[in-house]
Ligand binder design. Structure first.
Ligand code: NAP
Length: 344
């Protein structure tokens, strides 16, 4: 029987992607939709300005959107996918966990908290065991799991494939699509014929989240990876798909052939939304490209290419679909992991 799930922030850009992915999902059944008080009481069709590239699911369109409040969500809903603004999530997500709901959240609040697992299932599924610590410390019947920022998710799986060589220094420069800023995030007058070399708060997320994701959990505490990470973030006029240029210095000698093989062979998981392969390595020097490669693995794969030696270690490019692998798909995948591990 499908698990009854809800979407918090269901009318937004990521919320709509969540609806698109959850509606046909055989393990989940959409049973609750929440948004701001301005949307509460409306049907989903009335409340959401639907912009996803497939029709609004007919059954979801007629559901009534409620306020984002634990009292408004039926108690037989087991899991909530959250795509709330982080300022809102910081207040209400803990209230849902306290009320017994398991929350798979895409919002940035709490991502770096010691007892909140920040998870990319193919990279650090073992960090999910932090939930035992979380429940002990917070006394929640529910639980909270986070997925990382969209640009963090793009490069961390490629680093995970190289950890045997000892990661020392990582430089990453991003070329991020406008959808990452939300529909109202960047105006056309700002971005057409332009590139913006600043995305507030983003560089810090890449630097800190990557070290947490590649850290070690000893059953009680999580220690963060000691590598140095420097990030530079740029907004460019693509619609979807974050492209990143990466330089990695390792303790052990790492050839481009060995790096390509390690990325190609890095294992995926048997979860429904995990792509196989996880990392698609291109031989062509001009790939990956956002328009051509963002939908690999139904938008859940990571693409890499342009591997070469440089004075700053291994150099390569990587790409992921920011609203699927980088946001909604990441939360759904974490939901599948929670289900597989008996948290529902
Ligand atoms: N866009 C991306 O590619 C991306 C990638 C990774 C992470 N994220 C993160 O995902 C989250 C959502 O991003 P988004 O682009 O989907 O934002 P968005 O389009 O602005 O949607 C925000 C959602 O939250 C609801 N909301 C706003 N204020 C609220 C309040 N006070 N109480 C309850 N609900 C409220 C909105 O409902 P109404 O329609 O009623 O206003 C809407 O459903 C953010 O934390 C963002 O940082 C986004």
């Amino acid at each position: 029987m499908a698990v009854r799930v809800g979407v918090l922030g269901a009318t937004g850009a990521v919320g709509q992607r969540l609806i698109q992915l959850l509606d046909p999902h055989p393990e989940f059944e959409i049973a609750a939709l929440t948004a701001s008080d301005a949307s509460a009481g409306k049907t989903y069709r009335q409340a959401a300005k639907w912009r996803v590239d497939s029709p609004i699911p007919a059954d979801v369109a007629e559901m009534t959107v409620t306020a984002t409040d634990p009292d408004e969500v039926p108690s037989d809903v087991d899991m909530l996918f959250s795509s709330l603004p982080s300022s809102v999530g910081a207040d209400v997500e803990p209230a849902f966990c306290e009320a017994g709901y398991v929350v798979s959240s895409n919002s940035s609040n709490g991502r770096m908290d010691d007892d909140i697992p920040l998870v990319i299932p193919e990279v650090n599924a073992d960090h999910l065991d932090l939930l035992e610590v979380q429940r002990d410390e917070r006394g929640w019947d529910g639980a909270m799991v986070k997925n990382p920022n969209c640009s963090t998710i793009t490069f961390v799986p490629t680093l995970a494939a190289l950890t045997d060589y000892g990661l020392e220094k990582v430089h990453v420069s991003t070329l991020q699509a406008v959808s990452g800023a939300g529909y109202d995030g960047v105006t056309s007058m700002e971005i057409i014929d332009n590139a913006i070399p600043y995305i507030g708060g983003e560089e810090d997320k890449l630097e800190t989240e990557s070290r947490k994701l590649l850290g070690e959990f000893d059953g009680a505490e999580l220690s963060h990876n000691g590598m140095d990470v420097a990030a530079s973030c740029n907004r460019i006029p693509t619609i979807d798909g974050h492209l990143e240029n990466v330089w990695v210095e390792t303790e052990e000698e790492l050839t481009t052939d060995a790096a390509a093989e390690a990325m190609r062979e890095y294992p995926s998981l048997d979860l429904r939304s995990s792509p196989d392969p996880l990392i698609h390595v291109f031989e062509e020097p001009d790939r990956p490209q956002p328009r051509m490669d963002r939908t690999l693995g139904d938008g859940m794969a990571i693409a890499a290419g342009g591997l070469q030696a440089s004075p700053f270690g291994l150099q390569y490019n990587c790409l992921a679909h920011n609203t699927i692998r980088g946001a909604a798909g990441a939360s759904v995948l974490n939901g599948e992991l929670l289900l597989e591990n008996g948290y529902l």
